[in-house]
Design a protein around this ligand. Structure first.
Ligand code: CU
Length: 489
């Protein structure tokens, strides 16, 4: 459903201060809550905000060593990934971003059910952060788990602007000795071009009368796991914690140690299939939320998704390999529990990669995290359309338009029905909420396979204006995004 221009203005102007809202007068179409309005403040108070933890981030152009290749890119504090932000459940994150980039930026705290005005979507929940200026985000971390953050401005996340955000639960009873946060990425910035150039190239499309294939376009990357076309973009490097495969990060531990690995896919256009040589993985969480422990040889992680896995380490040195799904190359790191052995070369492909890969149907939530049984009060059908040839990715036939806001009401059980009419998979992400898959498992980013429909439910309990979009950054930026808005009561 569309809203008219005047209501858009109300929603938009609402960002700038509540006073402007009343100036617009009565309106027949739904009026939405303001991202910084009373409803949002009340929802934040209900999270019982705890102690403030302060963090500083500087986004700047920098020279970064990827383990050989030195690239000129944009990063947080000159590191790739940026330094993790780590807090305990209930604490308040106060993160002040200084923008030293040549362009506007923003920070989105991916996966967190946080207060709407801290969600970091320019033009929707805040004004863009101008070059040379600062912006302080403040929000309560209301759910434990593995999250991450990145800009919600253009294709900036496909540069080096990303970092983990971990929320510890002091009461969690998971038994492990060591922890390794692993961020995966596909990399081209400063090597073959910039993400902006890739988007421009892809957006020209491949139809008749166009220049044909550009240097960043990838054809023929296919994956049975992803139902066909795996990705659109050719990357020269795949990174694990900012390192190329021949110069991997090495995690050291004792043999027999129980290791928790927090896997985060910060890629722009790449799903990764991840396995640890000679080990099975016990999956304990996805997208921050716990599931009943289930074993697998490998996990498939779309852009924006996270998995936490446990492994009991054997004696030796073992590559953790992230196969760029359908793209035939890898990112990798090493786990070393013994100094007696030489590390295997980057060509080693663990047989576990070709073993069992856990699917969404095998993810079962812990009972406490299951949504209470309830029929949806509202179903929002979201048809995904578009093609690689025309590069016209859209939702319900429309490219992103901030005037299109799908209304929901506080307290409703809402069903999102993603109907994929394209030949490609899309990792669909809802801001500010955690969805329930048909299995009941909770996620904030879910892969929708080509020509399939995925129905996910959530409780509308976090008022605001929230994005729903594909986490392929090139699909999102060419139009596969829309908004969900809480109507005013
Ligand atoms: Cu997509």
């Amino acid at each position: 459903m569309d809203i008219d221009r005047r209501t858009l203005l109300k929603a938009g102007v609402g960002l700038l201060g509540g006073a402007a809202l009343t100036a617009c007068g009565g309106n027949a179409s739904p009026a939405f809550v303001s991202p910084s309005g009373a409803e949002v403040r009340a929802a934040e108070q209900a999270r019982r905000p705890g102690a403030i933890r302060s963090f500083r981030l500087v986004a700047a152009e920098d020279q970064v060593d990827l383990g050989g290749p030195v690239v000129r890119t944009w990063a947080y504090d000159g590191r790739i990934p940026g330094a993790p932000i780590r807090v305990s459940l209930g604490e308040r994150v106060r993160a002040t971003l200084t923008n030293r980039l040549p362009v506007d930026t923003s920070v989105h705290w991916h996966g967190l059910a946080l207060r709407n005005d801290a969600d970091g979507v320019p033009g929707v929940t805040q004004q863009p952060i101008k070059p040379g200026s600062e912006f302080a985000y403040e929000f309560t971390a209301a759910h434990p788990g593995t999250y991450w953050f990145h800009p919600h401005s253009g294709t900036q996340l496909d540069r080096g602007l990303y970092a983990p955000l971990i929320v510890d639960d002091p009461l969690e009873r998971l038994d492990y000795d060591e922890e390794w946060v692993v961020v995966l990425d596909d990399w081209l910035d400063g090597v073959t071009g910039t993400p902006e150039e890739v988007l421009a190239e892809l957006s020209r499309g491949m139809g008749m009368g166009h220049a044909g294939m550009g240097r960043h376009m990838l054809m023929g990357a296919t994956s049975p796991l992803l139902g066909g076309d795996a990705g659109d973009v050719q990357y020269p490097h795949y990174l694990l914690n900012g390192r190329i495969p021949s110069q991997p990060q090495t995690f050291r531990a004792k043999p027999g140690a129980r290791l928790r690995i927090r896997l985060i896919n910060a890629g722009g256009d790449t799903a990764f299939r991840v396995a640890l040589a000679e080990h099975r993985l016990t999956v304990t969480h996805t997208d921050g939320f716990s599931v009943q422990a289930v074993e697998s040889d490998a996990v498939l992680i779309g852009m924006g998704e996270r998995y936490d896995v446990l492994v009991t380490l054997k004696d030796g040195v073992f590559p953790l390999v992230a196969l760029a799904e359908g793209k035939k190359t890898v990112a990798r790191g090493l786990i070393r529990t013994s100094d007696r052995m030489a590390a295997p070369g980057p060509g080693l492909r663990p047989r576990e990669l070709d073993g069992e890969v856990i699917g969404y149907d095998q993810l079962v939530p812990r009972e406490a995290l299951r949504l209470a049984p309830k029929r949806p009060d509202r179903t929002i059908k979201l048809e995904l359309s578009g093609s690689m040839m025309a590069y016209d990715w859209a939702i319900n036939g429309k490219k992103y338009d901030p005037a299109t806001i799908y209304p929901v009401r506080s307290g409703e059980r809402v069903r999102l029905s993603f109907v994929n009419r394209t030949m490609m998979w899309h990792p669909m992400h809802l801001h500010g909420h955690t969805l329930a898959l048909p299995s009941g498992a909770r996620k904030d980013t879910a892969i929708v396979l080509p020509n399939e429909t995925l129905e996910v439910d959530f409780d509308a309990d976090n008022p605001g204006i929230w994005m729903i979009h594909c986490h392929n950054i090139y699909h999102a930026e060419s139009g596969m995004m829309t908004l969900l808005g809480y109507q005013q009561l």
